[in-house]
Design a protein. Structure first.
Length: 336
């Protein structure tokens, strides 16, 4: 019988630690620290998992997110608690949250974009079901008022950066229908209306790294009775195009990633969800579940390193979870 060297042309290598890059896929190696043989298989989003992170200081739902932040440099702001919409802003360093400068306008169910150091907060509910069109910019320390969005609303989503952002969908409370398809683009100075969504909705899952490439998925399309959609749309900088639907119709999921590699997680489909769905630019696939079922949560990061935080369980939660999808999967060889 041929041995490994005859088959592969080289002997089994000895390593002190497990490899973490795809060049090792298909290999067998000996881990000298653990004293076992192991194999290396492909990883990816499909084998990603959620694990516990540090809790927020203040439990809340309907929090805003700096969607282009990272798992080790995140920002959450505003949100709703039993005391009403708040101004609290918290910064995440990969293990714990720290309170930083407050928003000028307290609000929940707001839009957000940018990073931990350069974030944008816009629109939202300042209390009592009202709407605001206030827009604010964060410099890593404090918030400064910017130019208002054109249409006051809440329950909208955001994507992009502080100076090239997109705000879409939401509930205006004034227009007919009140659930809107409105999309507005921000250039760092002013907001401009651009191409509308095809399906009006509020409390959708949204994400996108740039202003010209965003995803809007799910949401609430009718108030009475509450009706959730699985509809998903992609924005190219000019117009929205319907794409493959989510597997589960829901409102209030978190989102993270780019228009070709993203995630939506949690939400409410009639029951609170732990489900996570991965988007590959063509279709949605159910992947690893959250530990805590919730809706109206914050989300940021990428399809391989995402952050889920806050939300309504109910009551409100401060729980943070970190999504990690490894490049490779290491399995220990056994004799059984």
């Amino acid at each position: 019988m041929a041995n490994y060297k005859e088959l592969e042309g080289f002997s089994v290598q000895t390593l002190a630690t497990d490899p973490d890059n795809t060049s090792w896929v298909g290999s067998i190696f000996y881990n000298s620290t653990e004293g076992v043989f192991k194999t290396v298989k492909p990883g990816g989003v499909s084998v990603g998992t959620w694990s516990s992170g540090g809790n927020l200081n203040t439990p809340r739902n309907s929090i805003g997110s700096a969607v282009n932040g990272t798992q080790t440099a995140g920002l959450g702001f505003g949100g709703e608690s039993p005391l009403g919409p708040g101004t609290l802003t918290e910064s995440y360093n990969g293990s714990s949250w720290t309170e930083v400068g407050d928003l000028n306008t307290g609000r929940g169910i707001l839009g957000g974009s940018g990073t931990q150091a350069l974030a944008l907060a816009f629109a939202g509910n300042p209390g009592g079901g009202a709407t605001t069109n206030a827009s604010e910019e964060f410099d890593g320390t404090s918030w400064a008022e910017g130019n208002n969005v054109n249409t006051a609303r809440y329950g909208l989503n955001g994507s992009g950066t502080q100076t090239a952002a997109l705000g879409f969908a939401g509930y205006s409370g004034a227009l007919s229908p009140a659930r809107v398809t409105l999309t507005e683009s921000y250039d760092g100075t002013s907001w401009t209306e651009v191409g509308d969504l095809n399906t009006e909705r509020t409390n959708a899952g949204g994400f996108g790294t740039t202003q010209n490439s965003s995803i809007c998925a799910g949401g609430n399309i009718s108030p009475s009775p509450p009706t959730f959609t699985s509809n998903s749309e992609s924005f190219n900088g000019t117009s929205w195009t319907e794409t493959s639907n989510l597997n589960v119709a829901k409102q209030g999921p978190g989102g993270a990633g780019s228009s070709t590699n993203g995630l939506v997680f949690g939400g409410n489909s009639g029951t609170l969800q732990v489900t996570t769905e991965a988007w590959d630019g063509t279709s949605w696939t159910e992947v690893g579940d959250l530990t805590t079922a919730r809706e109206a949560l914050g989300g940021l990061g990428t399809s391989t390193l995402a952050l889920a935080f806050a939300g309504a369980t109910p009551p409100n939660t401060a729980v943070t979870e970190e999504w990690t999808a490894p490049d490779v999967v290491i399995n220990t060889l056994t004799t059984s």
